[in-house]
Each structure stands twice: as structure tokens, then as C-alpha cells.
Design a protein around this ligand. Sequence first.
Ligand code: PLP
Length: 375
Amino acid sequence: MALLQELGLRPVINASATLTRLGGSIMPPEVWAAMDEARTQFVDLIEMQRRVGERIAALTHNEAAYVSSGAAAGLVLATAACVTGTDETAIRRLPHLDGLKSEVIVQATQRNGYDFAVRQVGVRLVEIGDAGGATVTDLERAISPATAAVAWFQGAMTRPTDLPLEMVIEVAKVHGIPVIVDAAAQLPPPDNLWKYTQMGADLALFSGGKDLRGPQSSGLILGRAELIAACALHGNPNPRIGRPMKVGKEEMAGLLAAVERYLRLDHGERTRECDRIVALWCAALNEVAGVAATRDFPNEAGQPLPWCRVAIDSGVTGVARDEVVVRLMAGDPSVAVACRDPDAIHLNPTTLEPGEETIVLARVMDELSSRRTIA
Ligand SMILES: *Cc1c(COP(=O)(O)O)cnc(C)c1O
């Protein structure tokens, strides 16, 4: 690609995951076609946000929807909405919370980097439970008149010992406290777009730029109409707390097209294609001395797609796991792989473009079979 070359950048083949630091995902033609169309016309942005939201809400069986500039931005807007509702005076005061609800409850084990997005509204996180889990009593004790919301993070940080989401929702409902579910990477299956809200969560957030393959700087807030209306008041073009997280007309059009595409997609066929690639990798890599490749399931975010675990016995291969990862990235072409377990890499078929599976395989074979002595 001429532009990358001019900038001195090398393209990366992504066999890791929909990671923001690698560019997230590749937009399919129907997504950029929609963005290309949207870029050519001026439009009333608030009206466009409303119409796109109505369309996405209908497609995803939700009461209402809002396009944010990502799932993390969705956490900011959702938290702000739970703090202020649609009260304009309160909305203008953020992030100063005097007289407003100022606490968000979270399970201690679910604390993660994205909770910065919750805290930037000004709220304090109140942790419940510990490594051993959390109980209904922990949650009930943490609830106070200052509680704005309960946040639930779904993904690698969710533990089997967590107080289950069903119970969190049940308890929160009794106290009239909204539940925000960060489900950024919880696709597929597509019906997760309505699963959490149908369970009773008030708002559910998704990345637009992960498996949905919408614009990289887009995200979805789905759920209760009144809270979505508050998100819109906080969001651009209004000069409020969400203003720096601008969503353009192009992102709105692109994300709508991405949601439509995702719901039309044959997910069974896609899973079979991933299985075919993983089987191909396993067969070839298991011929390499010191390597044991197996189909692993589910994927890194707990989603129902297969990926390939490649265990490396460095005593035999002559090259340690970390060295393999560095060489794959530094080589030509550059290949990014995932590191989940010690002494193993994971290869993910879901972020590959057609045909890249053979390039990934050739690169991995090369690094694992020809390095008996380290240069
Ligand atoms: C990826 C991710 C985010 C951030 O999503 P963006 O769309 O990149 O803002 C937030 N929370 C979780 C759990 C994630 O996996």
C-alpha cells in the first residue's frame, strides 16, 4: 500500500484478535460504501443520530440505540446518563457531582483498564467481593442513595465466581438502579445484541470496530429509551461531556451498514470456515518437531469461534515462545499472534482476510522449524 510505504509502515497480518492497537478490524465493502455515501452530503447530525438509532434499535430488538465513538466512549455516556438522566442542569455540571449520584458499583474481579471510562465522569467505583467472588449481600450493602449504576464487564475479566449477571440485575431492579453491561467484544453470536437487554440490563455496549467490522471509531449503546435520550444529550454535537468523543455522519452510516451486514451474515458458514483454517494449521504444525497444535474453543473473548493453540517446546524447537512472537512481528510479512498461555501462541482465523491463513502458516512454520541455533 503506497500510503503505508510512504509513511515507513509495514502492513500487519492480524492472527491475534480485533485489537485496537492493530487497527481493530477491516471494514467490508458495504461498510465503506455507506461511509462514502454519507461523506458527500451535509445533514442534521442530531436528526441522523436519531434515525440511525431507531433503525439499529429495530434491527437489534432494543427499545433504543445510540452510536458512540466506541464501546469505551459508550461507558462514558452510559455512566453520565445514569448519573444525570435527562436533567439539563445536571448534565452541564459534569464531571462535578455535588448533589448528584456519585458511585458506580463493580465486582472487584471485573476491574480493568476500561473502567477509567466510567471514572472519567467523576464517579467513584465501589468494589464488591474479592478473588473468591461476590454475594447478593455484598451488592446490597454497597447500594446507597449515591449509587448511580452497577457496571458489569463481560469478557476475559468475567469469572465463574462473580455474582451472576441475572442476580445483579434482579437486586439492582429492586433498588431502581440501572445496570450497564460492557459487552464490547461479545460478538458473535449476533443475538448478544439483544441478549443482555432482554435479560433486564438497562444499557449494553458494543464495539463497532471489533467483530461487527464497522468503522474503527464507532460503538453501540443499546437499551432503555430514557437513558439513550440522556446519552444523546451528553453526546456531540452538544457541548457536554461527550463532545470530545465525536461521532461523524460517516461513522453512523458505516455502523448501521455493519449491523445490517452482521445480522445477514451466515454465521454457521463462518464458523465452518474458521474450523477449516484451524484444522489446516493443526495438521501442518503438528508435523514440526517440538510443536503441538490443537483446536481451542471458545476464542479469547469467550465467543463461540475456534482458534488454534500452538504449544512450543523450546528445548526441541530451539526457539522460545517470546522469541517466536517477536520474529513473527518483525519478519516479512509481519504477523501478529496472540499470547494467552505460557509456552504457547494462539492463532486466530477470525481477523484474517481470505487467503492469509496460508501466509500465516508459512511464517509460523518457518520460525518454528528453522531456528535450532539462535542467530
Ligand atoms: C474492546 C473493549 C472495550 C473498548 O472498545 P472500543 O470500541 O475500542 O472503545 C471496552 N470494554 C471491553 C470489555 C473491551 O473488550
